[in-house]
Design a binder for this molecule. Structure first.
Ligand SMILES: [Zn+2]
Ligand SMILES: [Zn+2]
Length: 288
């Protein structure tokens, strides 16, 4: 029987970040898997896309994470790599909410593994605005819960020259905003999403890393490869009141990328019936 610690313990992994993500990722990998996480000093991850959009992402979220991890592995000449990639966008079920989706990838070139973890959260701090005076600047800071979340200032939305990122103190905010208001009359403000200046996002990267480690530790029951992960739930949990089948999952489905073995796990939320509020029959207003 394969043991996860004989596969991974005492190995070293390269983490592709320049925004201090090692603060949350490294301790978890050491504690849970015995893997030492190292960060290359000369990897500029901004070339793989920025939240301020002055540099576009080269590929989709998952592929960009893989590119970053591989770049770090190459620089440190290691066969294990880790990187995270975050996005902010509208939420399909919450029209006024912005969703922060974090994914973290773990690559093992020796064992031929690519394993993902993730976390999704609806957030209220993802905002931007044009400000015409210092009062409006301070109001924006209040709205986004500054300085827990940093601020980016530039002259206008699409003008990336003379942009100041990473503002995290009130003195600094007032000084730069006053300066820019004098120069440009109105200025563009947005939340800084980079992990080292955004405590909420750093927390979500930590949660996504925990999900990743769970996935790494889960061995395929058929071939013993790490990374046996959930792919899609199957609906059909019966209503607690009438017994009709609801859209709530009855099974979680797990799959191994290596041998394609799948397994259905019944009652994924440890409940054998669904709340009647989720039943089309008992609660006809559900889904309308
Ligand atoms: Zn397998
Ligand atoms: Zn019902």
């Amino acid at each position: 029987m394969t043991n996860i610690s004989t596969l991974l313990n005492s190995r070293k992994a390269a983490l592709g970040t320049k925004h201090k993500k090692e603060q949350v990722i490294a301790p978890l990998f050491m504690k849970e898997l015995g893997i030492e996480v190292l960060v290359p000093t000369d990897l500029d991850t901004d070339k793989f896309g920025t939240f301020t959009l002055d540099k576009e992402r080269p590929a989709n979220q998952k592929e960009t994470a893989i590119i970053k991890a591989k770049a770090a592995m190459e620089l440190l000449n290691l066969d294990l790599g880790i990187a995270s990639e975050g996005t902010f966008g509208p939420h399909p079920a919450a029209p006024f909410g912005i969703t922060n989706t974090e994914i973290v990838v773990f690559i093992d070139n020796k064992l031929g593994l690519e394993i993902f973890g993730g976390h999704v959260e609806i957030v209220s701090y993802a905002q931007n605005t044009t400000a015409n005076n210092l009062e409006e600047v301070l109001e924006f800071a209040d709205n986004i819960n500054f300085p827990k979340h940093g601020i980016v200032i530039r002259s206008s939305e699409k003008k990336y020259k003379n942009m100041v990122k990473g503002i995290v103190t009130k003195d600094n905010l007032i000084e730069i905003a006053t300066n820019y208001l004098e120069k440009y009359k109105s200025i563009w403000l947005e939340t800084d999403f980079r992990a080292h200046v955004n405590k909420s996002r750093m927390k979500n990267i930590e949660v996504a890393t925990k999900d990743l480690i769970e996935n790494i530790k889960r061995l395929c029951p058929s071939c013993n490869t790490p990374g046996f992960h959930r792919i899609s739930p199957k609906p059909g949990l019966p209503c607690e009141q009438c017994g009709r089948l609801t859209d709530i999952p009855l099974y979680d489905v797990y799959e191994c990328d290596k041998c394609k073995f799948t397994q259905d796990v019944i009652f994924p939320h440890q409940k054998k019936t669904a709340y009647a509020g989720y039943c089309d029959y008992c609660n006809p207003s559900y889904k309308t």
